[in-house]
Design a protein around this ligand. Sequence first.
Ligand SMILES: Cc1cc2nc3c(=O)[nH]c(=O)nc-3n(C[C@H](O)[C@H](O)[C@H](O)COP(=O)(O)OP(=O)(O)OC[C@H]3O[C@@H](n4cnc5c(N)ncnc54)[C@H](O)[C@@H]3O)c2cc1C
Length: 386
Amino acid sequence: MTRSTTVVVGASVAGVRVAQTLRRRGHDGPVILLEREPGNPYDKPALSKTVLVQDELPSALGTATELAEENIDFRAGTAVDGLDLVARQILIHGEEPVPFAQLVITTGSRPRRLSQFDGLRGVHYLRTRTDAAALRAAFIRGGRVVVIGGGFIGGEVAASARSLGLPVTIVEAAPRLLARLMPTEVSEVVAGLHRDHGVKVICGRTVTGYRGGSDIEAIELDDGTVLPTGIVVIGIGTVPDTAWLEGSGLRIDNGILCGPNLAAEATDGVFVAGDVARWHDPTTGFYDRAEHWTSARDQAAVVAHNLIADGPPKHFATDGYVWSDQFGVSIQHVGRTGPGLRTERRPTKVGRGQLFVHLSGGHVVGATTFDAPSDLLAVRRDLASR
Ligand SMILES: Cc1cc2nc3c(=O)[nH]c(=O)nc-3n(C[C@H](O)[C@H](O)[C@H](O)COP(=O)(O)OP(=O)(O)OC[C@H]3O[C@@H](n4cnc5c(N)ncnc54)[C@H](O)[C@@H]3O)c2cc1C
């Protein structure tokens, strides 16, 4: 190791972008990029969309050859087991520790599990390309699909299954779809979209059990409903991938706690980006964690800057942009939603699609659009200009 070795753990959008940005900004110290999965790094958003519907691979974030050409030492199939902050080493079972001068943690998140379904055939989670391939194979074989969880990923999986002609039911414990993220007005449009395409949407019901032996045969709900199914997809959110950091001394509480500059708290030269980061937002006084592609990309840029630039560190700020595609409808969101805000439907500029604005004290603080990208962009620009 030279004194300047930067190790990045996790090669998805955040990790790859950090490594590439360091190089593109002229950093010439050694950069080692460690990744648990084999193969080339890839992007995840297509996994619940086109990858399930067509014979399509997720888009690569760079091949091993391209990364090597940028002098990034990419090591696929390397699951990191631990972090020794005192010796400044990354620990890998059965291998020599990897020393670092600077460390970037970009290990993302993994699906929250329903342990009662562990080991049952026909039950799926969706996070990796292997998960997507298994789910697509199940869709091709056919059968009734039950999606547990009515968030963005659940909605996308349901739309993909339905577009392949499969009977689909979404079961959501909250009283409406997207309840954690969106106001009622938006949830209703999304639920309507699904119902219009033949998806059965059941909200306000929890899963209490299942029927079947080693294969899933049916899902039982708390009102006694039994939903026969051979394919269950569980999409009930994610948890930050921090198990490997247990005992490391890092401050972890639903993500790695870091400052607005994305430096891990109480450390020196350790940065965090992407789904695993829970940063302190000085404008609200709270910690926040995002599970969106754009945040991961933007955090990577901030971290790369703060690793190499002289002068004051950059702070991460987000406009909360997120997108989803369901039944060919482009859903986009920017800004805030939440308690105390009012949502209003407004006419769109080009007459098609739908625009909802979210208001605080009469001021637009966010917007959600359905097939109205120019309206979304207008609000996004307006928010950025304030
Ligand atoms: C199916 C799906 C659809 C999505 N669709 C959208 C969308 O439409 N819009 C949107 O905004 N966002 C979407 N997202 C979310 C978006 O993809 C994530 O926010 C983004 O991938 C986060 O990137 P990341 O680099 O922080 O972490 P991740 O993408 O989670 O990657 C973390 C990487 O770290 C590796 N890793 C973890 N632990 C270790 C370890 N111990 N050792 C070595 N490597 C390790 C993992 O293998 C993984 O490659 C979607 C996510 C999924 C799963």
